[in-house]
Design a protein around this ligand. Structure first.
Ligand SMILES: [Zn+2]
Length: 445
């Protein structure tokens, strides 16, 4: 997810700690109502009256690399360009002013499989936000100037996140090694500068027409509203929009790479870093919870096994953490270990590999797994406390799990994960012979 504007402070007010996280707490359900308009727009309503705010989030079924036209990063460029464009009935400035003047806020985000937009406003302004989103869906008018300006904003973002970020180039390279071309995940969401350079306003207009329409979108209304009123407003603002054709996305998971690969990258860094990455099962299917929990067991902050073993006990590393990215065509798990001064790549690698092998042979110990499960639940409960993140999650479930009310099942699968099932995932997917290694070496001056 890539965000442009800060969330307004009032959103923090809704994030009270009324729900304390405990492992194996009762499973929260989401009482959602879902229906489909004749033009294909999926509508999902979720009431929550704790605070007098309402969030509207629209998610479009378009990848960060829309295929066609198959340019990496284009989905994200388009998110920027559309947010900056005039619509037929309101200018971009008026749109922001309308939302901000009532104390609201909003933003957009691009992910591997979908692009979403959201606005949160005090509940009396639901109609205005729905009107704005309908104008956005059907009547955006991106200009060559919008395109040029926003593309240069994206180039800056690229410099910040990739070229100038510590190890950014290595993080970027992982995707291409795990999901080789022509896979749509062959690059990070922000894409390749050469593809962004090649993109044109025509590409933006093409994608907008093909992907941004009711039949390829879902709208979530979450928070303090009256369902009957919301249904009438949705009908009024979206019911007459012309339908397009829903774009079918291929659902076949990518095969994990069959052989080990090693990439060595000299970068302007002070310490070498050894990363191990693996393709693991797709999001929300069998093995997703285990993959995510394994990443947490191994590398969730200072309680992760890699940190405990390599940083604290053996002192061969100064940092050790893991990362999990769940996606429709295949997720991935990556662990990064930064060398302590005086340590060698061989030392770090053999220490890390013995931890990975331990996971495949014995699985995590029960206490580590339970700690990861509790952390996962706490993070989810926090997400559910805030209207905007809750609406975004419901819409993500709707697209990627095929059910807007998938929350209970997501909780269930994380609670059901066992030492045995995590061990099996580790055994089947994170073998050393399936690994992509990325070694960053400090450049010699
Ligand atoms: Zn961005």
């Amino acid at each position: 997810m890539i965000s442009r504007r800060a969330i307004r402070t009032f959103l923090a007010l809704s994030s009270s700690l009324a729900l304390a996280a405990t492992a194996y707490a009762s499973i929260p359900g989401l009482a959602v109502e879902k229906y489909v308009l004749p033009n294909g727009l999926e509508v999902i309503l979720h009431e929550n009256h704790r605070v007098a705010l309402v969030t509207v989030s629209v998610r479009y079924r378009v990848r960060a690399t829309p295929q066609p036209p198959d340019l990496t990063g284009l989905g994200h460029v388009i998110e920027h360009v559309l947010l900056a464009s005039h619509r037929a009935h309101v200018s971009d400035l008026d749109r922001d002013a309308l939302v901000n003047s009532v104390g609201g806020g909003g933003d957009g985000g691009t992910t591997a499989d979908g692009v979403y937009y959201w606005s949160t406003v005090p509940s009396p302004y639901l109609a205005q936000v729905l009107w704005l989103e309908s104008d956005f869906m059907a009547f955006a008018q991106p200009s060559e100037k919008n395109f040029q300006v926003e593309r240069s904003v994206v180039f800056n973002e690229h410099r910040l996140r990739v070229e100038n970020a510590r190890y950014g180039v290595a993080d970027h390279a992982v995707w291409g090694a795990l999901f080789p071309s022509p896979h749509p995940y062959r690059n990070t969401v922000i894409g390749l500068t050469s593809d962004i350079e090649r993109s044109t306003l025509q590409d933006v207009l093409f994608v907008y027409k093909k992907y941004y329409h009711p039949a390829n979108a879902a709208i979530v209304i979450d928070g303090d509203f009256v369902p009957e009123h919301a249904r009438q407003l949705v009908e009024r603002y979206f019911g007459t929009l012309p339908s397009g054709s829903r774009v079918e996305m291929p659902a076949t998971p990518a095969q994990p790479p069959a052989r080990a690969q090693e990439i060595i990258l000299p970068l302007q860094v002070t310490a070498a870093r050894v990363s191990s990455a693996w393709a693991v099962p797709p999001i929300y299917g069998p093995g997703d919870a285990e993959g995510e929990l394994l990443a947490m067991v191994l590398g969730d902050g200072k309680s992760g096994i890699l940190y405990r073993r390599l940083v604290r006990e053996l002192r061969v590393a100064s940092e050790a953490s893991c990362f999990y990215y769940g996606a429709m065509l295949g997720s991935h798990l990556r662990c990064d270990v930064v060398l302590a001064s005086g340590s060698s790549i061989e030392n770090v690698r053999s220490a890390a590999d013995s931890v990975f092998q331990e996971m495949s042979e014995r699985g995590p110990n029960a206490a580590d797994l339970q700690r990861a499960q509790s952390r996962w639940e706490a993070q989810m409960l926090h997400t559910l406390e805030i209207g905007s993140t809750r609406a975004i999650l419901i819409n993500k479930y709707n697209q990627l799990a095929g059910r807007a009310d998938f929350l209970a099942m997501d909780f269930q699968s994380h609670q059901n994960a066992s030492v045995e099932s995590v061990k099996k995932l580790a055994h089947d997917y994170i073998g050393l012979d399936q690994r992509v290694s990325i070694i960053v070496q400090p450049m010699k001056h």
